[in-house]
Design a protein around this ligand. Structure first.
Ligand code: ADP
Ligand code: ADP
Length: 228
């Protein structure tokens, strides 16, 4: 699948500051080919997370075109966005957000169940990922809400990679992981690329970025509001 941004811009209106308008992203255009991983770089506050949220269709008003395959998520109806996120566009956010009391195994298996995969198949895929990511089996029946930061991050990764999404957004997927688990995540990313996924990621870890990313896009080049 291909991800294509054309002349994408985003401003925020600061209602607590006399409705001042700040431009965060201005005229970004780039394409991510199937099997390619592109890193968003730039200092804190440059707009990396904002751009990721735009590509995920989080903002109602934004200008330009953001094509995920043949769907422009800027123009898509809410139900199309929901279907796109379920089937096509995966998003591994920085922090795990879950419904309380849902067991870890279901947290990971649920994206597959939502696609119509049987309970048994979804659970076996979830088990495979949890094992790969070194989440001890005794934790699988517990909710991840009380897990350590690193464990939650690994559950988050397992859920994000349960389905073979053709397009993926990764927000710091290797942050707070030890070397062994970072290696597992990088291997999952390489496998996703090998099957043709188009990936956009934020990686503060330079070694990780150098290994899995084919190109870098410096988001601070597109943030005129911050240059002043
Ligand atoms: P990065 O991920 O590169 O650190 P962000 O995308 O989080 O940067 O933030 C880019 C800029 O946009 C920052 O100046 C931030 O304060 C601002 N910003 C982000 N979201 C909002 C919002 N909802 N309202 C106002 N400003 C915002
Ligand atoms: P993340 O999910 O990446 O931790 P946040 O959404 O919490 O990021 O915030 C990203 C940046 O945007 C931060 O600098 C935050 O202060 C700023 N920000 C978020 N929402 C607003 C807002 N409504 N007004 C101003 N700044 C905001």
């Amino acid at each position: 699948m291909m991800i294509e941004l054309r002349e994408v811009s985003k401003t925020f209106t600061l209602h607590n500051q006399g409705s001042a308008v700040i431009g965060v992203i201005s005229n970004v255009s780039f394409t991510v080919a199937p099997g390619e991983c592109v890193a968003l770089t730039g200092a804190s506050g440059a707009g990396k997370s904002t751009l990721m949220r735009m590509i995920y269709g989080n903002y109602l008003t934004q200008s330009g075109e953001i094509r995920i395959g043949d769907v422009d998520i800027v123009q898509a109806e809410p139900r199309e966005v929901i279907a796109l996120r379920r089937e096509v566009l995966g998003y591994v956010s920085q922090f795990l957000r879950v419904v309380p009391r849902v067991p870890t195994l279901d947290v990971v298996a649920d994206p597959l169940r939502a696609l119509g995969v049987s309970g048994a198949d979804a659970h076996s895929r979830a088990e495979e990922l949890l094992r790969q990511l070194n989440i001890p089996e005794r934790l699988w029946s517990l909710s991840p809400t009380t897990f350590s930061g690193g464990e939650q991050q690994r559950v988050n990764i397992a859920r994000g990679f349960a389905h073979a999404y053709p397009a993926m957004l990764l927000d710091e997927p290797t942050a707070s992981l030890d070397a062994a688990n970072r290696e597992v995540v990088l291997t999952l990313i390489e496998a996703a690329k090998a099957r043709g996924a188009a990936i956009i990621g934020i990686f503060h870890d330079e070694a990780a970025r150098a290994r899995v990313c084919d190109r870098e896009i410096d988001v601070s080049c597109f943030t005129p509001g911050l240059a002043a």
